[in-house]
Design a protein around this ligand. Structure first.
Ligand SMILES: *Cc1c(COP(=O)(O)O)cnc(C)c1O
Length: 339
């Protein structure tokens, strides 16, 4: 089976397992896991932030960010395709008492122009806008990334308006690869960043919230309250560290394949794609005649799995555990089935 449903389906490699089992561990609720402590500081330094907090999922790190950056009754601004708005079970309302204001961005990206006059809170009857949430790269937005220039403009805007920036960097590794941006640049833009090790980097579990020391100190309490305080979790931090060191460089190949795949899709008469929108490892395309479900069934019969992303829309996501042979077979099958 060629499984392109998500870049989260990868399994730990033998070398990663060795790194995990040889990790020095301690009780991280007591802040005594040396591997976790070192890895949190290493990631904070890498991204130009003061501190980090290792957490089980990207959802938890996003929600911790919202929790520490807002008060109940506040509002956050996000593109309508954003993960926090679509795929976190309404958690901002439940955990932080915060309302989401979804905006109509392009490929999941926001611009200062879209945010003008969106800040509210001057009157008692308005929600108080606090945070701009940026996804980089975008997921439902099709893997688009922000350029440095775009981020600088957003940061200037946020400062002028007195708004904070949270970056959902579940795939920030892909964004850095695609835009050739150094990690510490993001520390000059965002007040908090959520990074994931369990997407294309291929760690089995793990994300991290990065921010200033005070925010991380507060997030640590909420992590415990929400049941995310873990014990000898250096095992997982070692896997995540291994993934950063050894799998980050592999993302460029995922991007190359996604582009080749998108080229093939663009030539399939039964499919349509905005070829320009493919920038990283995510390819979103439409079925022209008919719906996504029968197309996905045909693919599954040919041992290929993708996911439905709308009535006529399909997403394929590339990751390093697709072999060269499987990739060739994928391109041939697409031609056979959809041309
Ligand atoms: C996957 C993802 C997350 C976090 O997902 P978890 O499954 O909770 O780790 C957050 N944001 C984006 C954009 C994602 O793609």
């Amino acid at each position: 089976m060629i499984d392109l449903r998500s870049d989260t389906i990868t399994k730990p490699t033998p070398k990663m397992l060795v790194a995990m089992t040889s990790a020095e561990v301690g009780d991280d609720v007591f802040a005594e896991d040396a591997t976790v402590n070192a890895f949190e500081q290493k990631m904070a330094n890498l991204f130009g932030m003061e501190a980090g907090l290792f957490v089980p999922s990207g959802t938890m790190s996003n929600q911790l960010a919202v929790k520490v950056l807002t008060q109940p009754g506040d509002e956050i601004l996000i593109d309508k395709t954003g993960h926090i708005f679509n795929y976190e079970t309404g958690a901002t309302a439940f955990l932080s008492g915060v309302q989401i204001h979804p905006l109509d961005g392009v490929h999941g990206k926001l611009t200062p122009e879209l945010l003008v006059a969106k800040k509210r809170g001057q009157f008692d009857w308005e929600p108080s806008t606090k945070v701009i949430c940026l996804e980089n790269s975008t997921n439902k937005g099709g893997g688009a990334c922000y350029t440095k220039q775009e981020l600088r403009a957003l940061k200037t805007f946020a400062d002028e308006q007195g708004l904070l920036i949270h970056m959902d960097g579940a795939r920030i590794w892909n964004a850095m690869t695609a835009t050739d941006t150094e990690p510490d640049f993001f520390g000059t833009i965002a007040d908090s960043i959520s990074i994931c090790f369990s997407k294309g980097l291929g760690a089995p579990i793990g994300s991290m919230l990065l921010s200033n020391s005070e925010n991380i100190r507060r997030a640590r309490r909420f992590r415990k309250m929400w049941g995310g305080g873990m014990r000898q979790v250096g095992l997982l931090a070692a896997a995540a560290d291994f993934a950063v060191e050894h799998h980050w460089p592999l993302l460029a190949e995922d991007h190359r394949r996604a582009a080749l795949f998108a080229d093939v899709v663009s030539k399939c008469s039964q499919l349509s794609i905005n070829r320009e929108s493919v920038k990283t490892n995510i390819v979103i395309f439409d079925v022209v005649a008919g719906d996504a479900v029968p197309a996905l069934d045909k693919l599954e019969q040919a041992s290929i799995k993708m996911v439905q992303f709308g009535p006529k829309t399909i997403r394929a996501t590339f990751h390093f555990q697709i072999s060269e042979n499987e990739f060739t077979q994928l391109l041939e099958t697409m031609n056979e089935l959809f041309n």
